[in-house]
Design a binder for this molecule. Sequence first.
Ligand SMILES: Nc1ncnc2c1ncn2[C@@H]1O[C@H](COP(=O)(O)OP(=O)(O)OP(=O)(O)O)[C@@H](O)[C@H]1O
Length: 298
Amino acid sequence: MSAIEAQGLGVERSGRTILRDVSLQVPWGSVTGLLGTDGAGKSTTIRRLLGLIAGRGTVRIAGVAPERIHNPARVVGVALDALAAYPAHTPRMHLEQLAVAASIGRGRVPGLLEDVGLADVADPRRRVPISALSLGMRTRLAIAGALVGAPRILVLDEPFDGLDPMGRHWLRDVVRQHADRGGAVLLSAHGLDEVAPVVDRVVVLDAGRVRFEGETAALRARLASAVDVRTPYVARLRRAVEALGATVVHAEGDRLRVAGVASETVAWAALAERILVLELTTWTPSLDDAFVDAIGPA
Ligand SMILES: Nc1ncnc2c1ncn2[C@@H]1O[C@H](COP(=O)(O)OP(=O)(O)OP(=O)(O)O)[C@@H](O)[C@H]1O
């Protein structure tokens, strides 16, 4: 059983279909990235998974329907895009309130503030209100809020937003360690660069549908690697590689991208035809390329 299992989720708003038959899994011990273009339905999916909005389909979080989880903060830690907190409260007050609501001692709060890098700003003598926190600090506070109940599952909506490079590095460590200890993480993101180093699996959403779900390596593997060649004799080289059954997938100026053949084969074919090659490199698709490919025409 996965940490989160969703089957056939559907959401409509104002007569518009926002999610259509969305099914996904968040396995234990993994970081799953929920990726999609702007307005693809990431936030709606997360809210539907958590039972915050109604709709079709079934969801199980640690085997239980979200509305039946007795003490959610201990099971699934949530950081949604907007930090729901009183602006006049200090970070410490905010976390203490969450801890009390989840029947967890306040004693955990100072350590948590330390862990998320807010110990300084949360020093009781300074009394810095939440309204004075930077966007990155608010994000850190939202993450602390998700961690209050020491849950095994984390669901984070756009958690990298507002974090500086150090913060992004820190957050990647937090979620990696959480998953490596056997927990499960679902996080949404716009930017692939920020999540690519940490996600094991991805769910690619586009216009409310799942276009791909699986290991990041499998997403990349959908795009075969290719060979980039630079030669002054493109037409001759093209003929030579096509004669070997390879396909030229892109041609521009003195450059060709050839798929379906190893770089050595291209080199030998060029030598046999006495074609000068100026550059020869293997092109491997990035997660970005694979993402664009996944949300291309259905
Ligand atoms: N209450 C609502 N009424 C009407 N349309 C809505 C409502 N909530 C969301 N939508 C629309 O549903 C689509 C998906 O929204 P959602 O916020 O889930 O996307 P997202 O992938 O999280 O986007 P972003 O990354 O830009 O926040 C958008 O086109 C949005 O305008």
